[in-house]
Design a protein. Structure first.
Length: 165
């Protein structure tokens, strides 16, 4: 990894420009750390810091043979040099997508036996129907009629609750 840097102090703020060049044969994950004695004020898009930035610098992937331009501000006076490569490692061949990451986390619902059924008294017919729907849902075999029935029950329950209260 090679760094080219420039720092300019203006109106009490240091503007730091960096070019990170990966002269290797493989993509590299790199951490570019701020050396100025103050926090990083990262670039923003619509008021939100650009991904990869935190108050200490930038972390991301630079492809083989590529150059990545970076820039940020800091209230601190410039250091010489203003940044350094804190670490660098070979990047994974492909970054996981958000969907792949969520799939790796698994089902967020608690185990069925960890949740107690409600103790309120329900009419036998309603309780039996709800138990049947719950069983089909556990087996991932619910039907459109199940979904419509549960939605209708929820709507009716909401109206009745308002009338009772």
């Amino acid at each position: 990894m090679e760094l080219e840097t420039a720092a300019h102090r203006q109106h009490g703020v240091t503007l730091v420009a960096v070019r990170v060049t990966n002269d290797g044969e493989h993509a590299r994950r790199v951490r570019v750390a701020n050396r100025c004695d103050g926090p990083v004020l990262p670039p923003r898009e619509q008021g939100v810091p650009v991904p990869g930035w935190d108050d200490g610098g930038w972390e991301g992937v630079v492809d083989a043979g590529a150059t990545k331009p970076l820039g940020y501000a800091t209230p601190a006076p410039p250091a010489d040099p203003p940044v350094e490569v804190a670490w660098s490692e070979r990047a994974a061949e492909s970054e996981p997508t958000a969907a792949e990451t969520l799939a790796d986390l698994g089902d967020p619902r608690p185990p069925e036996d960890a949740v107690s059924p409600p103790t309120t008294a329900l009419p036998d017919g309603v309780r039996e129907w709800l138990d049947e729907v719950a069983e089909r849902a556990a087996d991932e075999e619910t039907t459109d009629a199940d979904r419509d029935g549960v939605a209708a029950l929820a709507a009716r329950t909401t109206r009745l609750r308002e009338d009772v209260e």
